[in-house]
Design a protein. Structure first.
Length: 264
């Protein structure tokens, strides 16, 4: 892995009206790594993610991508570097799978211009990599949650981004689909040297797949580093109010064993 930050924040702060949500957030994301941002509901994880692609603008501080401040970039130029897999994958209109994935090419297309040969090849590759090529003509509103999530990830991949931001990507999936989706994300990250930032409250699931993690608590970064270094009993009690233990299973996978609510 090349230790070269592709995204960072500098003293980022954000408030909703008079309510402080984030304060003095300083983080960096390296090329090709999977970074998890974790914390309990309402701690500001999704707000941070929205600042990372300028859906929200920080009250102070900045977000840098490849050394350039997002505040000075056009939305189209941001979309060429950063793709987003949102928390909800509900799509109410009867688009086909291929039509949804083709939407990932929009930042690269001029107004009223048809898709070109390169766009078609990129869309096909994204569908093949996510295992949905055989579903190309199906309508997305007839698909299961796990199938839809693969389509949304394919759309994000079709943007050919350097960074993919994912907001609670396993929230509405059954346990088998959670593993399938995150296995897919890890595989894509390794094959494409794609940087992935995952926001979640699912500590055991995301810890399994992340190279590094950030724990959000009291509006700021409580801990940042490798899962094995920061998922200490004290940190998990402070941030999640649980008794838990980090470990490595017989297959070499990272695990978090949960014992229950912390009772001081």
């Amino acid at each position: 892995m090349v230790n070269e930050p592709v995204m960072c924040t500098r003293d980022l702060g954000y408030s909703y009206r008079d309510k402080k949500v984030l304060e003095c957030i300083n983080l960096s994301v390296e090329k090709g790594e999977i970074l998890g941002i974790l914390g309990p509901n309402g701690c500001g994880k999704s707000t941070l993610l929205k600042n990372l692609n300028r859906n929200l603008q920080p009250d102070h501080g900045c977000v840098m991508v490849d050394g350039e401040d997002l505040a000075g970039m056009r939305k189209r130029d941001i979309a060429r570097k950063v793709s987003v897999v949102p928390q909800s994958n509900e799509i109410k209109f009867a688009f086909t799978v291929k039509e949804i994935v083709e939407m990932g090419r929009m930042p690269f297309q001029e107004t009223f211009r048809d898709s070109g040969i390169d766009d078609e090849a990129i869309v096909r590759e994204a569908m093949e990599q996510t295992g949905i090529m055989g579903m190309a003509d199906r309508h997305i509103n007839t698909m299961s949650g796990g199938e839809r999530q693969r389509v949304i990830i394919a759309r994000a991949i079709a943007q050919t981004p350097d960074i993919m931001l994912m907001d609670e990507p396993t929230l509405h999936l059954d346990i088998n689909m959670q593993f399938e989706v995150l296995d897919l994300v890890r595989d894509l990250s390794r094959k494409r040297n794609l940087t992935v930032v995952i926001v979640s409250h699912d500590l055991p699931m995301v810890a399994r797949y992340c190279d590094r993690m950030i724990l959000i608590h009291n509006h700021g970064i409580h801990a940042m580093g490798r899962p094995e270094d920061i998922l200490t009993p004290d940190n998990m009690r402070t941030v999640f109010n649980i008794d838990a233990e980090f470990g490595i299973d017989d297959r070499g996978e990272k695990t978090v064993r949960l014992y229950g609510a912390y009772r001081p």
